[in-house]
Design a protein around this ligand. Structure first.
Ligand SMILES: [Zn+2]
Length: 233
């Protein structure tokens, strides 16, 4: 049996599986945390809060204007109700009437200024809402692309697993165990090819006698320097 060639191929499949599983984990993370959508939503909510705050300002101003109008009406009525008031009383009423008119004028100017701010904020809110909707839709389209990639990757796994099984079936259990322990310890590179009499993993040169043993391919021969199983291609 060509032991080292089988292990070398097994390593190729194991490496593929690791890569596929790593990418699937990355995709799952991308799907779970969508910073762009969260940012667009935050921006929209901030502008919405600003619009709400301006609207309560407007409501307050409108209540104040209404209240002053009622007072002005009462003052006006009192001025002309013909109840023989003293000159002092009439002067006070006139002064109050003027003060109320000034107050109403000031409040109405404030209303104009706040209304202009309200209009601007509404435009900004529409923009932010459009941006949010556009971001959500775009991310959905992008996510559907990587969802497609994920299902492609998942579909490859059974095929690779059955190839691995077929390779592993004739191998002795202790050889598989040794390979797997080395695969973990050497971060996915348990088997190294010999390249022009050198170990392709660590670069050390093999003695002719060592090379001979590697070429036999029927027993495991490990690199004296890096400990990997050597394979002669
Ligand atoms: Zn080596």
């Amino acid at each position: 049996m060509n032991l080292t060639f089988s292990l070398y191929r097994l390593q190729t499949y194991d490496t593929q599986l690791l890569r596929i599983k790593k990418r699937i984990r990355e995709i799952d993370q991308i799907l779970q945390s969508d910073a762009e959508v969260a940012e667009a939503l935050k921006a929209r909510d901030e502008i919405k809060a600003e619009v709400d705050s301006i609207e309560s300002e407007l409501k307050l101003l409108s209540d104040q204007v209404h209240e002053k109008h009622i007072k002005a009406q009462l003052t006006h009525n009192a001025l002309f109700d013909g109840k023989g008031r003293s000159l002092k009383e009439l002067q006070d009423l006139q002064a109050e009437d003027k003060a109320l008119k000034r107050a109403i004028e000031k409040l109405e100017n404030d209303q104009l200024e706040v209304t202009a701010r309200h209009d601007e904020a509404l435009v900004a809110l529409t923009d932010a809402e459009n941006h949010y909707t556009e971001t959500v839709n775009r991310r959905l389209a992008e996510n559907s692309l990587i969802l497609g990639e994920k299902s492609n990757l998942e579909a490859q796994i059974p095929g690779i697993n059955s190839q691995r099984k077929a390779l592993m079936n004739p191998l002795p259990a202790d050889v598989i165990e040794e390979y797997q322990a080395l695969f973990r310890a050497k971060h996915g590179r348990a088997v190294a090819a010999v390249d022009d009499e050198f170990c392709s993993a660590c670069g050390i040169e093999l003695k002719p006698s060592e090379l001979q043993q590697v070429k036999s391919q029927s027993l495991l021969f490990k690199c004296k320097s890096c400990g990997r199983i050597l394979y002669y291609p």
